[in-house]
Design a protein around this ligand. Structure first.
Ligand SMILES: Nc1ncnc2c1ncn2[C@@H]1O[C@H](COP(=O)(O)OP(=O)(O)O)[C@@H](O)[C@H]1O
Ligand SMILES: CSC[C@H]1O[C@H](OP(=O)(O)O)[C@H](O)[C@@H]1O
Length: 416
């Protein structure tokens, strides 16, 4: 590596090439390499290093990703400093997940604490799921893959699936206060007040005023926040939206676990559900006609139910086979535990939908709709559905009940 890489500094493309060449044996010393910074997320630099004469999308020519944390949030700038420790958390979480479900995460080649940098497998032969869904694509294996990811990573990091003393040390290893604070502010606080972080379209101001005045909603958000602050149920991915999932019809890879920490299981499942439902709302515009919109929505809602049902089945069977102690086999405990996860999932789904409409970081499924009237319709559907889910979370008993609330929202039942 070059001499000045010993202290932290943002990498240049030349240095990223040098790193990729030096710390792995993916390339021959004589290979001519090129590099682009391709990061489109809110926080980090992402370099793609590949052979100079390979094609952009080639999946079988050697290439690598070098991801580096910046000491601030890229989306805001240097005025929002952010710990570099998050790169260590991300790398550790990928390694932990990689032991349990190697087929569902990128392979980590190398991690450097000083440069806050992880060198990992290039997944450019996949597409970011958000993009694929906006284009109206379907992924028939996704429910199976993501439920596998969720069941294994959450079960085996919980007190049900690992030694409880070791788990406490692991909780310590994944303490992630700065990134959790972002979530606490952006999801559970800002959307319900006039925060300068918010990003609210003019035509939505009256809808936002209603959110700010809805005390029943605030109580539920306070309870969800309390659980986010205090529960150490399992090691979460922490930011499992469709922009953190690479996909093809045959393969699913979960990336970007820098928000990983020990928290409530429903938070991860809710992130996926919220982003499927936001995509459905966005298809107010992206679908060319009513029938396509209806079919896409049906596909998304049935995927949501399938994810829950498969997760429920897999988590229970891991519990039955690998539960670590006698008490976890207490009659009735499993049913109560799973129902609580479902209720949390519903609540976090709703709160994550709301934040993506009025909070700091929007999602392209809705935010990039060019037609203002269609965008406003999509935003209102998302806000009304999000609100309905948050308010009903503690009453939900089955995934079918959640499904019905979603269907009503898309049919315009919630309009006040
Ligand atoms: N392993 C990878 N393979 C290919 N592209 C990647 C990989 N990791 C990240 N990227 C690209 O970089 C973008 C940002 O990555 P991400 O990890 O989400 O960064 P951030 O933490 O800043 O959100 C992704 O949307 C994707 O385009
Ligand atoms: C100031 S961070 C905003 C937002 O960005 C993160 O997403 P990503 O890193 O995947 O782009 C996370 O969702 C945060 O809430």
């Amino acid at each position: 590596m070059t001499e000045n890489t010993s202290a932290y500094h943002p990498l240049t493309v030349e240095e990223a090439i040098n790193v990729a060449r030096t710390v792995t044996n993916v390339f021959y010393p004589t290979d001519e390499l090129i590099c682009d910074e391709i990061g489109d997320g809110n926080l980090n630099l992402v370099f793609r290093v590949r052979l100079a004469h390979s094609s952009e999308s080639a999946s079988h020519t050697p290439s690598l990703i070098v991801k580096q944390a910046l000491p601030y949030a890229k989306v805001v700038g240097e005025s929002w400093p952010l710990t570099l420790e998050r790169a260590r958390i991300e790398s550790d979480a990928l390694l932990f997940q990689g032991k349990l479900v190697p087929q569902l995460v990128p392979h980590v080649h190398y991690y450097d604490a000083t440069l806050a940098m992880t060198v990992m497998e290039d997944l450019s032969d996949h597409v970011i799921m958000r993009k694929g869904l906006i284009e109206g694509n379907r992924y028939p294996l996704f429910a199976d893959h993501i439920s596998e990811f969720l069941a294994h990573t959450l079960f085996f990091s919980s007190d049900l699936g690992m030694n409880q003393q070791q788990k406490k040390w692991q909780v310590q290893r994944f303490i992630n206060p700065e990134l959790c604070k972002i979530t606490e502010d952006l999801i559970f606080d800002d959307p319900y007040t006039n925060s300068p972080n918010n990003n609210i379209d003019e035509q939505l101001l009256a809808d936002h005023a209603k959110l700010c005045a809805d005390h029943k909603l605030h109580l539920e958000v306070a309870l969800l926040r309390e659980k986010f602050l205090t529960s150490t149920q399992a090691l979460l991915h922490g930011d499992l939206h469709t922009g953190s999932i690479f996909i093809t019809p045959h393969s699913t890879k979960v990336i970007d676990p820098e928000f990983a920490y020990y928290g409530p299981i429903g938070f991860d499942i809710g992130a996926i559900f919220a982003n499927l439902l936001l995509n459905a709302a966005g298809h107010e515009h992206w679908s060319l006609d009513d029938q396509t919109r209806e079919e896409h929505r049906t596909y998304l809602l049935s995927t949501l139910c399938e994810i829950w049902n498969r997760f429920d089945e897999k988590f229970r069977s891991l519990w039955d086979e690998h539960g670590v102690d006698r008490i976890s086999r207490t009659k009735g405990y499993q049913d109560v535990y799973m129902e609580q996860i479902l209720q949390d999932t519903v609540g976090y789904t709703g709160s994550k939908m709301i934040r993506r409409i009025v909070g700091l970081a929007h999602v392209a499924d809705v935010g990039s709709i060019p037609n203002q009237a269609a965008k406003l319709r999509a935003q209102r559907i998302a806000l009304q559905l999000g609100t309905a889910l948050v308010k009903s979370n503690r009453r939900i008993r089955s995934i079918e009940e959640m499904f019905t609330i979603c269907e009503h929202a898309y049919k315009g039942v919630y309009t006040s």
